[in-house]
Write a protein that binds this ligand. Structure first.
Ligand SMILES: Cc1cc2nc3c(=O)[nH]c(=O)nc-3n(C[C@H](O)[C@H](O)[C@H](O)COP(=O)(O)O)c2cc1C
Length: 384
C-alpha cells in the first residue's frame, strides 16, 4: 500500500468555519509539500474546484523544485479542457518535474456551470470518453483525427513527449454507472470516496468486471479523512468536538449544496449520515472506526477513520486486503496531521515503496541522445 496526502487552498482546524481557517499561501504550501515529501508519502492529491480555488498545475509547478520524491496527483475536469491543451500541460510538467506527474480525472457536478460548462451528467462522461480517447492516442505518439459527438480534432499530436511512457498514469474519481464504464475503458487507477469495506469490495468487483470486458485491469485507491489521536477515546472526543463546534448554519449550507448536485458519488456519501446532526458523534459510526459525521461538515469525501494509531492502521489494512493499493488521506490542519499520521500510523503499515522507482529512467539531455554524425577524422598530415 502507498499513502498520499491532500492539498487544497483551504486549511485550518475546521476549514469549513471561517473562525478556524488559516491563510494558505505559497510559503504554507511549501511547508506542507516538503513535509509530505520528507515523511514517506508517495504523493499528494491536488484537488480542483471548477469555480475558484488553486490551480493544480500552477501550484505543482511552483512547488515541485522544493521536493524530491513525491508525486503530484493533479485533479482535472476534462470538460474544461481540450485534449491538446491537456497534452501540452502534462507533457511539459511531467518532463519538468522528472516524471512525477499523475492525473486525477474528475467530471464534477452541476457546479461546473460557473465555469461556463452546461453539460448534463451523462454528457460530461460521454465527452470525457471521447476526450480520453483522443488524449491517450495523442500522448502515445499518434497523429489523431477524431470526429465525435463533442470532440472534433484534425492532426492532433504531441511533439514534446512526456517523460513517463506512454503518459503519466491516469487516476479517476466518479461513482455513477457511466463513470465506472469510462474508467474501465481508459484509466489506470479507480478511486472511490470512503465507504465501509463491504461497499468498497462490491465497487472493486464491479469495476473489475467492467474493465475485464475491455481486456483491462485497474488499480484501486480510496480517499478518506483521518481523525487520529493517541487513543480511540481521544479520537472520538475530537470527532465530538468537531461536530459540536459546527454551527447549524454551516451544516445546513453543506446539505443544501449537496442536494443541488447531480453527482451519484455525493448522493452515496450523504446516505451514510442522512443530513441530521446527532447528539453523539458515535451515533454515526457506520462501521468500526468509520464516521460518516464528517460528511455533515463538508462536501465530497465524507467518511473519516477515527481512532488511535492501532485502530486506524487496522482499518486501512482491512481496505488493503480488499485490493485497495493507494490511500489518499487528510486530517486538519493538513500540516500537523500529516506529521502525526507519519509518526504514529505509518510505522504500523505494510508500505510498498515501489512507487519510488522512477517510472521511466531520467531522461537524457538532448545532446546525449543526438546521433553523433560519423565525422571523417581530419588527418593533420593529409590536410597539409
Ligand atoms: C477520489 C475522488 C476525488 C475527487 N476530486 C474531485 C476534485 O478535485 N474536484 C471535483 O470537482 N470533483 C472531484 N471529485 C468528484 C467527481 O468530480 C464527481 O463529481 C463525483 O465523483 C460524482 O460523479 P458521479 O455522478 O459519477 O458519481 C472526486 C471524486 C473522487 C472519488
Amino acid at each position: 500500500m502507498d499513502i498520499l496526502w491532500y492539498v487544497v487552498g483551504r486549511d485550518g482546524r475546521y476549514p469549513w468555519d471561517p473562525k478556524w481557517t488559516r491563510p494558505v499561501d505559497l510559503d504554507y504550501l511549501r511547508a506542507l509539500t516538503t513535509s509530505i515529501d520528507a515523511r514517506g508519502y508517495s504523493g499528494a492529491l491536488f484537488a480542483t474546484q471548477p469555480n475558484g480555488g488553486l490551480d493544480p498545475f500552477i501550484t505543482a509547478a511552483s512547488l515541485a523544485a522544493h521536493t524530491r520524491r513525491m508525486r503530484f496527483l493533479l485533479a482535472i475536469h476534462p470538460s474544461i479542457f481540450t485534449p491538446s491543451q491537456l497534452v501540452k500541460l502534462t507533457t511539459t510538467l511531467d518532463q519538468n518535474i522528472g516524471g512525477r506527474l499523475l492525473l486525477n480525472i474528475v467530471n464534477g457536478h452541476t457546479s461546473l456551470a460557473p465555469a461556463g460548462i452546461h453539460l448534463a451528467h451523462d454528457e460530461r462522461y460521454r465527452r470525457c470518453d471521447e476526450f480520453l480517447d483522443v488524449y491517450r492516442r495523442t500522448m502515445s505518439g499518434e497523429t489523431v483525427d477524431f470526429d465525435g459527438e463533442f470532440i472534433k480534432v484534425k492532426g492532433a499530436k504531441a511533439e514534446f513527449p512526456s517523460l513517463q511512457k506512454p503518459y503519466p498514469p491516469l487516476w479517476f474519481g466518479g461513482s455513477s454507472d457511466i463513470a465506472m464504464d469510462v474508467a474501465a475503458k481508459h484509466v489506470d487507477k479507480y478511486l472511490t470516496w470512503g465507504e465501509p469495506p463491504p461497499e468498497t469490495a462490491a465497487t472493486i468487483k464491479d469495476v473489475n468486471a467492467r474493465a475485464a470486458k475491455y481486456g483491462r485491469k485497474l488499480g484501486f485507491g480510496i480517499r478518506l479523512n483521518i481523525i487520529l489521536r493517541d487513543t480511540d477515546e481521544e479520537a472520538w472526543q475530537a470527532a465530538q468536538h468537531m461536530l459540536d463546534s459546527a454551527s447549524d448554519d454551516a451544516i445546513a449550507k453543506v446539505q443544501a449544496s449537496n442536494s443541488k448536485q447531480d453527482a451519484i458519488g455525493q448522493v452515496r456519501q450523504a446516505a451514510f449520515h442522512g443530513g441530521t446532526r446527532p447528539k453523539s458523534a458515535r451515533d454515526l459510526e457506520i462501521y468500526p472506526n468509520l464516521w460518516s459525521g464528517f460528511g455533515l461538515l463538508r462536501n465530497g469525501p465524507g467518511i473519516a477513520v477515527v481512532g488511535g494509531p492501532e485502530s486506524v492502521a487496522a482499518r486501512l489494512i482491512e481496505y488493503k486486503n480488499l485490493g485497495v493499493e493507494s490511500f489518499i488521506l487528510s486530517g486538519n490542519p493538513f500540516l500537523e496531521e500529516a506529521h502525526r499520521f507519519a509518526d504514529q500510523v505509518m510505522p504500523l503499515l505494510p508500505l510498498d515503496n515501489s512507487w519510488q522507482q522512477p517510472h521511466a529512467p531520467s531522461a537524457p539531455y538532448a545532446w546525449q541522445t543526438a546521433p553523433t554524425p560519423s565525422q571523417p577524422r581530419i588527418d593533420a598530415a593529409a590536410a597539409g
